[in-house]
Design a protein around this ligand. Sequence first.
Ligand code: MRU
Length: 390
Amino acid sequence: MFSQNVVVNNAELLIRKANGGNMRPIWPDKDSGIVKVIDQRFLPHKFAISDLKSVDDVINAIKRMVVRGAPLIGVTGAYGVYLAVINFDGKTGFDDFLINECNKLKATRPTAVNLSWGVDRVKHKLLKMTNQSARIDMARDEAAKIADEEVENCKKIGENGLRLIDEIWIKKKGEIVNILTHCNAGWLACVEYGTATAPIYAACENNIDIHVWVDETRPLNQGARLTAWELGKHGVKHTVITDNAGGHLMQHGMVDMVIVGTDRTTCTGDVANKIGTYLKALAARDNNIPFYVALPSSTFDWKLNDGVKEISIEERDPDEVRYVQGLEHGSIKSVLISPASSPAANFAFDVTPARLVTAFITERGVCKATKQDIKRMFSEKIIQKKGIPS
Ligand code: MRU
């Protein structure tokens, strides 16, 4: 089991981040071969760092959502491969061992495609390597490279999305721009900047007056707990709302645009994201409000054509629905909110069909949610046989 060894208060985190420190949600400790992660389960009330020392630690951390968010679990999976290599005892053949450990890592959560993408990328580099210390160096360096690339991708998503916010701001003649977001697609979910939040941070840096409606995002409240915390730390004006408030706000002209992240997007433009995203897209369409999805190319699944039929939707422990976690007199508590005997169901994601998506904001630019436009932007990634027909 991973150990939770350091508790740092929010002020210290802020100072580290403000000083340009490496306060990413994941980083390797060079000397010890340990991977450190911010434990996201108890934020914003408790800030803790956990040590991951083995593949089992990584599996636990991903399953229990110590780390979460599509790009971050991709990076964590990649570091999981590094830990697998470190712990290789030579009792079996390396390639068989590696494939088995990678399969275990990829089975932890089914929806975000970044996980298998990150794991496979490191695995493919390692297969057939014979020198153990070279394998360790390669795995660590490749995982770090993936993390750095995701940071760069998110930075570019910010620059590309900024233009869309700026257009609205100009249209509104400098009046505040109201953006609605769902779940947490911020730096905690993505290493740095975030996907959906990157254009928001870029807009703030460019002195565009913005305000963010933050869906609380039941059952685990990634919006109320994590997005609100992140935005607050960056000084972004925001308001937490219930998951069902968005439609009402849209009807009354209180939302100018929606920006969300995604866990897996087909090459035809269907978007899997946190449960409730689809309903926001429907409400946005009914009210002529642009609905944008921000994603790095690692979140496209180039093999899938039909999101509703083909994307596997994670079902989590029903107790996450039946209980809610919060702070009482300084302690984090979990309380039962439904009758003790009532069953619950916990579908963690849904799929928004491409027709409801105004556009994608990617590291390469903004493109329509159509197979033609996605293909035009990422021509080298399309798998001709299984992917979209040309
Ligand atoms: O269950 P989670 O918290 O891992 O779900 C995360 C989301 O749904 C995010 O919106 C998605 O990963 C996009 S993150 C950039």
